[in-house]
Design a binder for this molecule. Sequence first.
Ligand SMILES: [Fe+2]
Length: 187
Amino acid sequence: MDDLIGEHAVQLAEAELSATLPRRWAHTRGVVARAEELRPVVDTDADLLVAAAALHDIGYTPRLATSGFHPLDGARFLRDELGADERLVRLVANHSFALLEAEERGLRDELALEFPMLEEPLLVDALVYCDMTTTPDGARTSAPERIAEIISRYGVDSVVGRFIRRAAPEIRSSVQRVEAVLAAQPR
Ligand SMILES: [Fe+2]
């Protein structure tokens, strides 16, 4: 469904998240704001990035949380119930190095076979940047602070804590690559 790209994606995310998970919705709004800032960076894919930002955490919605692994649940919802654009679905499924968390949960093959990583590094990095420079309340932050906050919220030895410690170098590299592209933009 092509009309999920852009503003409709934000409306869908609001409908699914704002009532049941208001803090997650606040975070999502911040991630969308970062995606809007990256429009010149991703150019013709700007609407796709905004849609992915809006929908990246939709799998947390209780009614969709079937496996309990939100990137997989969100991607399945978008594919199966909405027939969403394949690139959008694959971005959501793999956002912020989900494959590493899937590994911690014994779901790596399931995720990788169902939703292969998009081979478009700038778009993948851009979504990492948007998610990992936004606090749980939607404010702007740095990647190191975001990583530290996640570790303290979930616990250093939890599944998410182990995942984020393994993903941290990749997250920092993604964010740095996007910052470099942003800095090179004409003002
Ligand atoms: Fe997020």
